[in-house]
Design a protein around this ligand. Structure first.
Ligand SMILES: Nc1ncnc2c1ncn2[C@@H]1O[C@H](COP(=O)(O)OP(=O)(O)OP(=O)(O)O)[C@@H](O)[C@H]1O
Length: 292
C-alpha cells in the first residue's frame, strides 16, 4: 500500500525536476536501467527509473544501424510520431524519446503485467472467462475508437500487441503498422495472417473497418484460446477467412457469438460500429467501466 506521505514526497520530487512545465532535453543519462523486459525487432526493452524522481518507465532501445539495414526508417518514425500524439488510458503512452549517435530511446509507460498473450496462455484452459473477455474487449475497443477519432488505423491488433498494467487494465501498444488515415482508403497488405481481414487478402482498398474485423478475431481468441481461422497452412487460413468459416465451441454464449458474428462481416460497411460494440447487451451485462 502506498502511503499519502510517499505520494506527497514523489510529487515534490516531480515538481522540483527541471523538466516540470519547461522544455527539457531528455537523454538516456536521465534513466537508470533495470532488468530486461523483452526483445523487439530493432533492440531491447528494459525497465528503468528516472534518476531524480524514481518514476518507473520502460525504455525501448532501437539500434539505428538495424533500422537502416531493414529499410524501416519511415516505419519507426511513423510509430514515434503516431504514438506521441495518442493519449488514452488504454493506449501505452510514449512519454518522451531521445537519441544518440547509434540508438533511439523510446521512454514509455511501464506495463507491469507484461504481454496479454501470456495471460491468455496461463489462463485456465488457455482462455478467458466471458466476464474477463468483456472487460478486455471493451477497453481495447475504447482505445481503437479513440485512434479512429484521431484518424489512426492500428492494423495489427492481436494479443501480442496488448500489454497489461499493474491494475489489470489493458494498454494497446505496437503502432509499427499503424497509419494516419485522413479520409483516405489504403491498399498495403500488412498485419498478422490469422487476423487479416478479407479485403486485405483480396488486396482491395480498405479503411478503418479492418480494425473492426480484428476486434472480432480478438474477442474469439479471448474466449476460445486460439483465433477462429487458424489452420495448418497459409492457403487454408486464407480460404477460411474468405468463407468466414467460424466454428464456435458449445461453451461460447449466444451473446458473445452474436457480437463476434457482427464484427466478422465480409462487407466492411456492415461491421458493427465501435460504439455499438461497447453498448452490445453481452458487454453491458458483464462489464461496467469504472468511470461511469
Ligand atoms: N511498456 C512496457 N512495459 C512492460 N513490458 C514491455 C513494455 N514494452 C515492451 N515490453 C516487453 O518487451 C517485449 C518487446 O517489446 P515490443 O513488442 O515493443 O518490441 P517490438 O520491436 O515491437 O517487437 P515485435 O514487433 O517484434 O513484437 C514485449 O513483448 C513485452 O514483453
Amino acid at each position: 500500500m502506498i502511503a499519502t506521505k510517499d505520494i506527497l514526497e514523489f510529487e515534490t520530487k516531480v515538481m522540483n525536476h527541471e523538466a516540470y512545465g519547461n522544455p527539457y532535453k531528455w537523454s538516456a543519462r536521465d534513466f537508470e536501467l533495470g532488468p530486461g523486459l523483452g526483445r523487439g525487432k530493432f533492440g531491447h526493452v528494459h525497465m528503468a527509473r528516472e534518476k531524480k524522481t524514481g518514476y518507473l518507465v520502460a525504455i525501448k532501445t532501437l539500434f539505428k544501424s538495424q533500422i537502416t539495414k531493414s529499410n524501416c526508417e519511415r516505419q519507426v518514425m511513423r510509430e514515434i510520431e503516431i504514438q506521441s500524439h495518442l493519449k488514452h488510458p488504454n493506449i501505452l503512452r510514449l512519454l518522451t524519446w531521445c537519441h544518440d549517435e547509434g540508438r533511439i530511446y523510446l521512454i514509455v509507460e511501464f506495463a507491469a503485467g507484461g504481454e496479454l498473450y501470456k495471460h491468455l496462455t496461463n489462463a485456465p484452459h488457455g482462455r478467458f472467462s466471458e466476464r474477463q473477455a468483456a472487460k478486455y474487449i471493451y477497453q481495447v475497443v475504447d482505445a481503437v475508437e479513440y485512434c479512429h477519432q484521431h484518424h489512426v488505423i492500428h492494423r495489427d491488433i492481436k494479443p501480442e500487441n496488448i500489454l497489461v498494467a499493474l491494475n489489470g487494465d489493458l494498454k494497446l501498444a505496437d503502432f509499427g503498422w499503424s497509419v494516419h488515415a485522413p479520409s483516405e482508403r489504403r491498399k498495403t497488405m500488412c498485419g498478422t495472417l490469422d487476423y487479416l481481414p478479407p479485403e486485405m487478402i483480396k488486396r482491395e482498398v480498405y479503411d478503418v473497418a479492418v480494425d473492426h474485423w480484428c476486434l472480432g478475431v480478438l474477442l474469439y481468441e479471448f474466449l476460445v484460446g486460439k483465433p477462429p481461422f487458424e489452420s495448418e497452412g497459409q492457403d487454408k487460413t486464407y480460404a477460411k477467412i474468405l468463407a468466414i468459416d467460424v466454428h464456435y465451441p458449445s461453451y461460447v454464449s449466444p451473446g458473445a457469438k452474436d457480437l463476434i458474428s457482427k464484427l466478422l462481416r465480409m462487407s466492411s460497411k456492415e461491421r458493427l460500429s465501435l460504439d455499438k460494440v461497447k453498448n452490445h447487451s453481452w458487454v453491458q451485462q458483464l462489464y461496467k467501466p469504472r468511470n461511469l
